[in-house]
Design a protein around this ligand. Structure first.
Ligand code: NAG
Ligand code: NAG
Ligand code: NAG
Ligand code: NAG
Ligand code: CU
Length: 208
C-alpha cells in the first residue's frame, strides 16, 4: 500500500500522470482480485502477492496456461504470511487489446487463477478464458527472467531500526523489437520519481 502513495506523490512531481490499478494475487484463494480490470492507455496495473507462492504470466487468449511470446512475467513471489513486500507493475499500452494472464504455480491456472485487463464483455470473455484454462493440459512457467515486461519492486520499512530499503528492476526483453529501448527509459524515469518521492515520504515520516 505504501507503494501506491509513493506513486501518487510521484505524480505530484509530474512524473506519472496515469492511474494505477491494484490486483491482489492469491489474497482470496487461487484467484486474482479483481479478476478483470479496466485500464486506460498509459495506466499501470500493480500486482500484490499473498501466500504462499504465486506468479503472474501473460498468456494469449487461446492458450490460457502458456506464456505468450514477448509477454510479461513476474517470477514467483513467495510469502509465508501477509502481503509480500515485492510487487510487479505493468503498463497498459492499448485499451482495445485485452491482456490475459495466469498464475503458473502447480495447477493454479487450471483451478481458475487467471485474470484479464480490458476483457471484452462479449466474444472473448473472462468466463471463456477461465473455462478454457480448466482444460489446459500444462501450466507453464516461462523461461524468461523474473520481472520481464514490467517492474519488480521490493520495499522494506523497518521503524525499529529506522531503515528503509527499496529496490527496483525492470526488463523489457521480448520478441517485440520496440520494447527494449523505451522500456528501459521509462524504468529510469520511474526510479528518479521514486528517489524524489521517497525523500518526501521520509520527511513525512519524520514529522509523524
Ligand atoms: C470474477 O470475480 C467475480 C467477483 O469475485 C466473480 O463473481 C466471478 O465469478 C469471477 N469470474 C470468473 C469468470 O471467474
Ligand atoms: C505438456 O507437457 C508435456 C510434458 O512436458 C509435453 O510433452 C506436451 O507437449 C505439453 N503440452 C502442451 C500442450 O504444451
Ligand atoms: C525487512 O527488514 C528487516 C530488517 O532488516 C528484516 O528483519 C525483515 O525480514 C525484512 N522483511 C522483508 C519482508 O524483507
Ligand atoms: C507497454 O509498452 C512498454 C514500452 O514499449 C513495454 O515495455 C511494455 O512491456 C508494454 N506493456 C505491455 C503490457 O505490453
Ligand atoms: Cu497461484
Amino acid at each position: 500500500m505504501l507503494f501506491q502513495s509513493i506513486i501518487a506523490s510521484a505524480s505530484l512531481v509530474g512524473l506519472a500522470l496515469a492511474a494505477n490499478h491494484d490486483v491482489m494475487v492469491g489474497m482470496d484463494g487461487l484467484t486474482f482480485t479483481p479478476n478483470t480490470t479496466t485500464a486506460a492507455n498509459g495506466d499501470t496495473v500493480t500486482f500484490h502477492f499473498y501466500p504462499m507462492k504465486h506468479s503472474v504470466v501473460q498468456a494469449a487468449f487461446a492458450t490460457p496456461c502458456e506464456p505468450m511470446a514477448g509477454g510479461f512475467y513476474s517470477g514467483f513471489v513467495p510469502t509465508s504470511s501477509g502481503e509480500s513486500m515485492t510487487t510487479f507493475m505493468i503498463t497498459v499500452n492499448e485499451t482495445t487489446k485485452p491482456i490475459w494472464f495466469y498464475c503458473s504455480q502447480a495447477s493454479h491456472c487450471q483451478s481458475g487463477m487467471v485474470g484479464a485487463i480490458n476483457a471484452p464483455t462479449t466474444g472473448n470473455t473472462i468466463e471463456k478464458f477461465v473455462a478454457s484454462a480448466k482444460s489446459a493440459s500444462n501450466n507453464t512457467t516461462p523461461s524468461v527472467t523474473a520481472g520481464t515486461g514490467g517492474t519488480l519492486s521490493a520495499m522494506n520499512m523497518t521503524s525499529a531500526s529506522g531503515t528503509m530499503t527499496m529496490s527496483m528492476s525492470s526488463t523489457a526483453t521480448g520478441t517485440a523489437a520496440s520494447s527494449t529501448g523505451t522500456g528501459a527509459a521509462s524504468a529510469l524515469e520511474v526510479s528518479k520519481g521514486l528517489g524524489f518521492s521517497a525523500a518526501f515520504a521520509f520527511l513525512g515520516y519524520l514529522f509523524v
